[in-house]
Design a protein around this ligand. Structure first.
Ligand code: PBG
Length: 331
């Protein structure tokens, strides 16, 4: 940390460098470009479920064709990666979550569709059982308990099929203990040594995920809450230990989630570990901002300002539903 030397007024007038746009640009400390964005999309296999998500105005569940078009749009806008979230048929969800490791589940079909349309676009996935779980949890549930080790076995099977389908980056979002090491080991053993892991390392038990659960059709399903596996929003130290642990197990990149209410965690993670660090500006954050913008209560610049804040806090990039809009505004 440098000690700022400030001459007394009037020798120092900080407004001198704020006077024109070019002077301001010269001394801008961080920047936001489309390369800093990862775009999460929802892909559905259910006829009639495509279209706008009520609690996320402007965000749609896409068909496989829609996913292909989104990939082309991302590439055009300079967005380097898309993250796929499946919306699967409710009737096919089971307690054993077997569809999570079906090579033809909607998630895997979407990976192939996007890679086929735009091979150079990085495809990220979500690793957790919730899209295929009858009770909406990220892990296997037995007598009300979310089983850690049994869930990891299922996640490994799920991950290998995603890698097989062509995913570049796997995003374990389940918060089981030991999953990063198990996934890395299995990927290496199966010859997927280039598939990267972006761990949802500091994932908090947050009320800001509500609209997402509507988007993937998990809202009505979830029995209880996720407090036995996601981190208590009060716990900074525990979040940092999660990050340290995931890096030690082989995570290539780490994520803090949600984003804006947790900027202190983003800053601490980047400062302490220096690893590639991402924030997830989650569905509830999107809903708040987009709702206010649509009501005319905020200008759309508030959205870019929210994304820049992540850069200032030390994040290399942000997963945001605003990604295509932001990239268009930045162009
Ligand atoms: C679940 C998952 C969630 C999100 C990403 N992966 C929700 C949850 O943990 O219940 C939330 C993303 C968002 O709110 O935008 N595996």
């Amino acid at each position: 940390m440098v000690t700022p030397i400030i001459a007394p007024f009037p020798a120092t007038r900080l407004r001198r460098l704020r006077r024109t746009a070019n002077l301001r640009a010269m001394v801008s400390e961080v920047n936001l470009t489309p390369a800093n964005l990862i775009w999460p999309i929802f892909v559905t296999e259910v006829a009639g479920a495509e279209g706008e998500i009520a609690s996320m105005p402007g965000v749609e569940r896409l068909t496989l064709d829609g996913a292909r078009r989104a990939a082309e749009r991302a590439a055009r806008l300079g967005i380097p990666a898309i993250c796929i979230f499946p919306h699967s048929d409710q009737a096919l969800k089971t307690e054993g979550c077997e569809r999570a490791w079906d090579p033809d589940n909607i998630g895997n079909r979407a990976i192939r569709a996007v890679k086929d349309a735009v091979p150079e676009l990085a495809v990220m996935t979500d690793i957790a059982l919730d899209p295929y779980n009858a009770n909406g949890h990220d892990g296997i549930v037995l007598d009300g308990e979310i089983l850690n080790d049994e869930t990891i076995e299922a996640l490994v099977r799920m991950a290998l099929l995603q890698a097989e389908a062509g995913a570049d980056i796997l995003g374990p979002s389940d918060m089981m203990d030991g999953r990063i090491g198990a996934l890395r080991g299995a990927l290496e053993a199966a010859g997927h040594k280039h598939v990267a892991i972006l761990s949802y390392a500091a994932k908090f038990a947050s009320a800001f995920y509500g609209p997402f659960r509507d988007a993937v059709g998990a809202s009505g399903r979830l029995v209880g809450d996720k407090n036995t596996y996601q981190v208590n929003p009060a716990n900074r130290g525990e979040a940092l230990r999660c990050v340290a642990r995931d890096l030690a197990e082989g995570a290539d990149m780490v994520m803090v989630k949600p984003g804006m209410p947790y900027l202190d965690i983003c800053k601490a993670v980047k400062d302490q570990f220096g690893a590639p660090t991402f924030a997830y500006q989650v569905s509830g954050e999107y809903a708040m901002l987009e709702g206010a913008i649509r009501n005319g209560w905020l200008s759309r610049d508030a959205m870019l300002e929210s994304l820049l804040a992540f850069r200032r806090a030390g994040c290399d990039g942000v997963l945001s539903y605003f990604a295509p809009d932001a990239a268009e505004m930045l162009a």
